[in-house]
Design a protein around this ligand. Structure first.
Ligand SMILES: Nc1ncnc2c1ncn2[C@@H]1O[C@H](COP(=O)(O)OP(=O)(O)OP(=O)(O)O)[C@@H](O)[C@H]1O
Ligand SMILES: [Mg+2]
Length: 242
């Protein structure tokens, strides 16, 4: 089944400052889109706002999957609607194991253990790490792999990954990228990847690249846009902060 993720006119305030100033983006199942943009432009704010983080106040706009509004839902309900967020700095959740988190997000407890083990094998994560509390005592790279286990189990309609490539060694980057590409065909997952680096994009081969500057998408293009950005930087897209 094909679904559509639509972010429309999203304005988000953080610590009394408007960081997202009307961000819009549409994508469909099975597609890979990338978001690039300078430090502080609002990329992670988008990810946080989509998780429903209370510090990120939505002033205006909507986020829907197949016309179902997500912004009024709790984080767990959003996950059940098929949106998965992998944050730049994943939260530690002491006292909660991945197993419980996945059950809360809708996974079937009867088959969950074996599915987690399967996914851990695919992503080359030591299985004993699955039993730790969520993100507690895991290395940066292990956290990213653990998040990929969750993705493989939950099979979200859309996954937004905030700098999944940061902190991964080159081998891990390959494994993670391959898992994401496989997800696009295995269950038609739509992948929205925030990144600074073309290395990830060479593996994910996004059809669209969106450039965020000062809280808005200021350019959208094909893979050639990443080449231009690597060569020229973001100067041509920079706007004076308001
Ligand atoms: N919790 C917060 N409290 C205060 N300011 C914040 C908070 N989160 C984000 N900001 C501010 O909002 C702006 C956008 O931050 P954001 O993390 O979205 O940038 P980014 O595009 O993800 O940058 P990077 O490429 O460095 O990850 C920055 O000016 C940042 O300082
Ligand atoms: Mg960020």
């Amino acid at each position: 089944m094909s679904s559509t993720l639509k972010i429309e006119g999203l304005r988000v305030e953080v610590a009394g400052k408007e960081v997202l100033k009307g961000l819009s983006l549409t994508m469909h199942s099975g597609e890979v889109h990338a978001i690039m943009g300078p430090n502080g432009s609002g990329k992670s704010t988008l990810a946080h706002a989509l998780t429903g983080h209370p510090g990120y106040r939505v002033l205006e706009g909507s986020v829907t999957i197949d016309d179902v509004e997500l912004l009024t839902m709790s984080p767990t309900e959003r996950a059940r609607e098929g949106l998965m967020l992998v944050l730049q700095q994943p939260f530690e959740i002491p006292g909660v194991r991945s197993f419980d988190l996945l059950v809360a997000a809708g996974a079937d407890p009867a088959t969950l253990r074996s599915r987690m083990l399967d996914e851990a094998r695919r992503i080359e994560l030591a299985p004993e790490l699955l039993d730790r509390f969520v993100n507690v005592d895991l290395s940066g790279g292990e956290r990213k792999r653990a998040e990929m286990v969750q993705l493989g189990v939950l099979r979200p309609k859309f996954a937004l990954l905030d700098e999944i490539d940061s902190g991964l060694d080159v081998d891990a980057l390959d494994v993670v990228a391959q898992r994401l590409v496989a997800a696009t065909t295995e269950w038609n997952c739509g992948v929205l990847a925030i990144t600074h680096f073309r290395r990830l994009l060479l593996q994910l081969t996004p059809t669209m690249i969106h450039v965020v500057s000062d809280g808005r998408i200021v350019a959208t293009g094909g893979p050639e846009l990443a080449v231009t950005l690597e060569r020229d930087g973001y100067d041509i897209f920079r706007t004076t902060p308001t």
